[in-house]
Each structure stands twice: as structure tokens, then as C-alpha cells.
Design a protein around this ligand. Sequence first.
Ligand SMILES: [Zn+2]
Length: 377
Amino acid sequence: MCCSFVPSAFFEQIAEDESISEGVRQEAQNHANSITKTLAAAAEAAREDTKVKTRYTEIPNGFADFNCKIWDPKTGRVLGTSYESLPGTFYSSSQDPPYEQDSDVTDCMEALRSTYDFYKTIFGRNSIDDNGLQLEASIHYSIRYGNAIWEPQSRQMVVGDGDGNSRFGLFTGFFKPGSLVTSLDIIAHEFTHGVTQHTAKLEYKGQSGALNESISDVFGSMVLQWKLNQTVQEADWLLGANIIYTNSKSLEGFMREANSLRSMKDPSATSNLFPQPDSMKHELYYNGDNTWDHGGVHRNSGVPNFAFYQISMALGGHSWDRAGQIWYAALTDNRLERRARFVAFAQLTIEHAQKLYPDDPSVVQVVEQAWKDVAVL
Ligand SMILES: [Zn+2]
């Protein structure tokens, strides 16, 4: 089962922490449960290929040339289905409220289009499957749902509204309302799970799962940097920075110090809600079985994330100029196996660094050194 932006392990961790109040722990447990439920519902919808999909469709202004559909499970409710049935009904102006009044529709389309454009412009890739696959996302999923998910069977995204509330100037809940659908790094992260599904098909557990997660973070961050035209020095290298309440008293101070979910620049920093190892030798490196977070996929992804960051910084310029080219070549190399370990991916990046930049031996040296620094080689 694949692939949520916020790991259920993050919520489970809170649910099990006895130093946190009962209400918050219960809330966290609800989130953890709902991730499993969404994936099951999406898989079910994919199997049934629901008839709702054939409804009349209408494209918002400015998107006529863009092959994308936004669904809303909430409007599906008028047809007797629930907030959680997928994909939901298609937005059209005959609905109440019409999509023109819902900026989340166009925001989501905009994020999907930016991601599509990035892959097309930088790698010549035509959509998720490199064959023009229509992009589909269900937004406003469920109630106070603080996550975004890629569902591999129906090949669509599912995005919640965030679970936050503002009451008497204090924030409650984990994530800002409406923030997930407008976060380009998150939409691009989920899109990239689709790309991986159609290329290396990395199995979502253990090291191959952590590699799968890392590739989504790497390309998610790159898409955001590309959109903002940032150099590697200008980029913040954070993931999920927009969904976090900062300087607020959310959850009785629990979230107060955090400014992102993950950081590629400093994976183990406590300013990340879900700190990660920056090396195989780091104490946060997860060595347990696959029952927790599919074998630490959202945890150990910090290792290849940090290698990519180090390479990008050493090469300078834009991350997609050279580091991104090397990563994409390795991801789409058919020798990369479904159950590939970090070391196999590292070796492919070294090989492609040589092939892509034969006249500049410093590139391959930088790549090799970065993998040594994170103790993969
Ligand atoms: Zn993911």
C-alpha cells in the first residue's frame, strides 16, 4: 500500500506518547486510522471503476489544454454517497457552490500543471506514465483530513483539507486548513509516486520503500525550487513547510517548535515534525521490521534525501541542472530493481554522473563522496 505524505507512524507516535494529553492522542489515533481507511477506499473505487466518473465535465478557464480532473467526494454526498467515497463527483458550474467559488480547484490544477510542466520541460516526460496519463485528484476528502495520498490502483491523488481550526486566536489540530492542496511540494511528491510506479516500481517497504519516499521528496522539492526559480542556496529544502502552524499554540505547544514535516538540508533537526537520519550510521536510522512505517520508509528516506542535497550544494546552480538529471537517469534505468537497496541506486547515480558529464570528473567525485558521507558506500 502506498503512499501518504504524512506517515501514519507520525500520528501513531503521538498516540502512544503518554506525556501528551488524552484528547490530542485520540485525535492522532483517528488520523492514523483514517490513512489506512482512505487507501482501502481508494483501492475499492479503483476496482469498481465507479460510474460517477462518467458525469458531465467542465474545465475551468485557463485549463482547457490541460489533461486533468478534479473530483470532490463531498459533492458526491448529494448522490447518496459519503464524504469518503472516491473519486467523488466532478466539479461543474451547475453545482452549489460552483467551482469558481472554490479556489482549491484551480489551486490544485495549478500545482498539477506546474509539476507536469517541470517533468515535460526538464526531462521530456509526458505525464506520470510518459504517455499523457490524465491527472486526477480528489480534493476536500473526508472531514478535517490532514494528509495527501497517491493511490496506485486508481492512479489518482487524494487530498484532505487539513484538520486545523482557529478558535479564540489559538490553533488546534495538526495542519492548517486548506494548506495541503495549495502546497506544490506535496502535490509534486504525490505525482512522483506515480512516476516511480511507472518506472522503477520500487517496492514500498524497507530500503526500496525509503528510496521510493526519498525520490518523491527529491522531485517534490525540485518542482517547488523550479517554480520559484531558486538556486540551491536560495532553496529552503523543507517539505510540508506550508502546512505547519508556526508560532502558534497548536496542540498545547506540541507543534510549536516545528517549521516543516521534513528537511532535506537537516533531516534530523527537531524543527522537523518527523526527524530523520542523515546517515546510515545515525541513531534515527530504523533497523526494525516492516510493521512500523513499512520498515521506516518515511524515516530512512532522510539518507538519500541528504545525499541529494549534498550533491546539489556541491555542484551549485539549480538542483535540476545536474543532480536532478543524474537522479532521473537512475530512476528510469531499467536495471534499478523493484527491491533495490540504497547502494544499488547509489551505484547507478555514479554511473550516470560519468555518462552525463564525461568532461567534468568533479561531478562523479561529488556524487561518490556524498554517498560515502551518508555511509551508503
Ligand atoms: Zn510519499
